[in-house]
Design a protein around this ligand. Structure first.
Ligand code: TXA
Ligand code: MG
Length: 327
């Protein structure tokens, strides 16, 4: 299959209506979309991504101002915390996990009694969703376990030849997957750190727990978001591992290290802005991974970012990408 890249929303809509897969831009990362009400189309997402069937998909909703009715189309019940969060942050990088209605196929929720719902903020995604009579199921548009794509080219690099069309919406503004909130013991909890800071959520619904990673949900699997090159998180001690400066790549927050060649380093935000760092994270991981393969570099060493705002999600992704957990 030849994969086309373009900005033709109408073409994307027609393919989706025919049960095809289309990669779509969102403000967080690119998604691999199918008609969420078409179980056969959704099954192809799992095939193309090589994704295990126990990892449920996020359902993307058309922009609306009446969040209650938008949610109620797919969810059996909408608790007050969910209405408040949708009201404050939708459209945006926030996914809500709620009891599902039967119209959502089992394959989308991996048989769970809940469904993950999100209203994306990207204008092309919105136009596409408004044009379609159904919501879109879309995981990140990368092979399972790898780094999520934040440009159309990233999608093409990994899924080219396997899907019909990539709707090109430019580089993603947020750069990290959505923050996921669900309910445990009657209280909202963060199921996955992501593109919306926990402090922002807590400003609306009060203190939020963080679900401990169970491994049952792969966004929370220990090894995930991984480049091919071994990566060390919160560890710049390459010399202690017997490596010299020309054998390593570095992923840093604000400033490069003098002794390592400049083009073997990625500095995510010289001004110390965690939102900018998040936006550049996955692209930087990809570039260093490719450079390591081309030059025979042995490993990527990374710093720990400040544990606030998007820094928490950046650390979460780097920790899971680290070779300490690789299988
Ligand atoms: O920003 C995002 O969330 C992107 C864009 C494309 O919207 N999507 C994304 O999807 O990151 P994905 O499939 O890579 O991650 C979705 C994660 C799953 O791995 C799972 O952890 C969680 O969402 N999830 C989905 N449905 C769930 C459910 N019913 N209960 C608990 N977790 C769920
Ligand atoms: Mg993913």
């Amino acid at each position: 299959m030849h994969t086309q890249v373009g900005t033709d929303v109408e073409h994307a809509a027609r393919l989706l209506e025919q049960g095809e897969l289309v990669a779509i831009p969102t403000e967080t990362v690119y998604g691999l979309a199918a008609n969420a009400l078409n179980a056969v189309a959704c099954a192809r997402i799992f095939e193309v991504k090589n994704r295990p069937g126990f990892d449920p998909l996020i359902v993307h909703l058309a922009p609306a101002t009446d969040f209650e009715s938008a949610l109620s189309a797919c969810a059996r019940a909408v608790p007050p915390w969910a209405s408040k969060l949708a009201g404050a942050f939708w459209p945006g990088p926030l996914t809500l996990v709620l009891p599902r209605k039967p119209l959502i196929p089992d394959i989308v929720t991996s048989g769970l009694e809940t469904v993950a719902l999100r209203m994306p903020a990207h204008v092309l995604a919105q136009r596409l969703l408004e044009r379609l009579p159904f919501p879109l199921a879309a995981p990140s548009a990368n092979p399972f376990g790898f780094v999520s794509p934040t440009t159309a080219q990233h999608v093409l690099d990994q899924l080219g030849g396997k899907i019909a069309y990539v709707l090109d919406g430019g580089p993603c503004r947020v750069g990290l997957e959505s923050t996921i909130v669900g309910e445990q013991d009657g209280r909202p909890v963060v199921l996955r750190l992501g593109g919306l800071g926990v402090e922002d959520l807590e400003g609306v619904v009060g203190p939020l727990g963080l679900a401990t990673s169970s491994g049952a949900s792969p966004g929370s699997l220990e090894s995930h978001y991984a480049p091919r090159t071994p990566l060390y998180f919160d560890d710049l001690g390459y010399r202690a591992r017997g490596l010299s400066p020309d054998q390593v790549a570095l992923l840093l927050f604000r400033a490069p290290l003098a002794e390592v060649p400049p083009d073997q380093q990625e500095v995510l935000s010289a001004s110390g802005d965690l939102n900018e760092a998040a936006r550049h994270l996955f692209g930087a991981m990809r570039r260093l991974d490719a450079l390591a393969a081309a030059r025979g570099l042995r490993a990527i060493f990374t710093q720990k970012f400040p544990e606030r705002g998007l820094g928490r999600a950046i650390n979460d992704r780097l920790r899971r990408a680290s070779s300490r957990y690789a299988t």
